[in-house]
Design a protein around this ligand. Structure first.
Ligand SMILES: Cc1cc2nc3c(=O)[nH]c(=O)nc-3n(C[C@H](O)[C@H](O)[C@H](O)COP(=O)(O)OP(=O)(O)OC[C@H]3O[C@@H](n4cnc5c(N)ncnc54)[C@H](O)[C@@H]3O)c2cc1C
Length: 379
């Protein structure tokens, strides 16, 4: 079986300058107390911080210029994202819009939708949530039951979404609905842009293991969605979601979730004995290799490819690696991690231990990724 191709690539001089620019900005922000670094950077909502990044052209940077975007490359976005995540910056407010909804609107949206949403995405203003999973439907996306029935001028949506990250803090839900019954389960699916302030929407918190609120149940009861808020083609939901997941799976948040923890470990335990040095060396080497795979995917996107197999592989390798880092540090630190510990290392380790199981579930479980990989390698 041929292995998937990951063309070797390196950052150009301009891209390296962008790295330095973002580093300088983040250093200034950190020294001025502009934000508190966190392991949950990609889901921590701070509209003010998003606006600052947008003012520098770092939100929606790959979107077309006519909507205020920078028409920059996927690699430029990779470079900016990598630095923001490494420094634990709060990018949750614009994260979904920047990573997937903006590009989806640019690709599939009507001109009216693009005019309406893309400029505010580029300004870092509008937050979107992803409405795919349901109480009885997760891995098997084609089994979703939330229905949208046609009525004069639009659709009436009924159903429930679950595990919806930050729905309580977002204005819009990109909601996968069944718009036609019968036929193949993958047919008859459509993506509707649901205003979460609409009558009939109820959002209920689901607490994480560590007690913090990010997840939600979203119940939709007779929610009216006008025709102009159908994203892309009616019945085209399956193909659209599959291309959206490629954008979701290969990005640096799939291998940088515990970077801050590791950095703190190196800083405070200043490894001297051979065993710790070996651990640090191996971890850095693995990180660097995964980073290159992820960078290669970004370069492929810039060359017009949609590398679903490579993207699934990066997420599989990256998330298993992240969990392995947490497991190894837990063995080395030897304290039972506590969220109230005095040392930052122990607090970060406690937070990472409680959250690490999610790494290989969110965005599609690793078992599902293995299926995609097997099919991609056989093709
Ligand atoms: C932190 C986090 C954030 C999330 N945010 C969102 C969000 O914003 N929006 C959203 O829509 N969803 C979100 N999810 C949900 C996530 O996409 C689902 O949890 C995931 O797709 C798995 O679905 P499930 O939980 O229903 O598990 P199930 O599909 O019930 O799977 C249970 C187990 O069976 C295995 N399994 C299932 N089918 C197969 C198969 N065919 N072959 C082999 N093994 C299989 C799975 O790998 C898993 O181990 C989030 C999840 C997490 C953890």
């Amino acid at each position: 079986v041929p292995l998937p191709d990951f063309p070797a690539t390196a950052l150009t001089r301009d891209e390296l300058e962008l790295v330095a620019e973002v580093e300088t900005f983040l250093r200034q922000e950190l020294s001025g107390g502009g934000y508190e670094p966190s392991l949950t950077a990609a889901t921590t909502m701070d509209p003010g911080f998003s606006a600052k990044l947008a003012a520098r052209g770092w939100v929606g940077m790959a979107l077309p210029r006519r909507f205020g975007g920078g028409a920059r490359s996927a690699v430029d976005r990779f470079v900016v994202t990598e630095q923001l995540l490494r420094q634990g910056a709060p990018i949750g407010h614009h994260w979904v819009a920047d990573r997937q909804t903006g590009p989806m609107l640019a690709r599939f949206g009507t001109p009216i939708q693009q005019e309406r949403f893309l400029p505010s995405i580029v300004r870092g203003e509008t937050a979107f949530a992803v409405g795919i999973s349901e109480p009885d439907s997760g891995s098997d996306v084609s089994s979703i039951r939330t229905s949208a029935l046609p009525v004069a001028g639009g659709w009436i949506v009924n159903g429930a979404k679950t595990w919806t990250t930050n729905a309580h803090l977002s204005r819009w839900l990109v909601c996968l609905c069944r718009t036609a019954e019968g036929g193949e389960p993958r047919q008859g699916l459509s993506q509707l842009l649901v205003d979460l302030d609409s009558p009939g929407v109820t959002i209920r918190a689901i607490e994480f293991l560590d007690g913090h609120h990010e997840f939600n149940d979203v119940v939709l009861q007779d929610v009216f969605v006008p025709d102009e808020l159908v994203l892309g083609r009616v019945g085209g939901g399956w193909e659209q979601i599959m291309s959206e997941l490629v954008l979701e799976r290969s990005s640096p948040d799939r291998w940088l979730s515990v970077y801050l923890l590791f950095e703190e470990f190196v800083r405070t335990m200043a490894p001297t004995d051979d065993r710790l040095l070996d651990l640090v060396g191996r971890t850095c080497a693995q990180w660097w290799a995964i980073r290159h795979l992820s960078l290669s995917v970004a370069r492929m996107l810039d060359h017009g490819h949609l590398p679903a197999t490579q993207s699934a592989l990066v997420k599989d390798v990256g998330t298993r690696f992240e969990q392995h880092v947490v497991q190894q540090l837990t063995e080395v630190v030897r304290q039972a991690p506590s969220r109230d510990a005095e040392s930052l290392l122990e607090r970060l380790l406690a937070q990472a231990s409680l959250f690490a199981p999610a790494f290989t579930i969110r965005g599609g479980t690793n078992q599902i990724l293995h299926g995609i990989l097997a099919k991609g390698l056989r093709a």
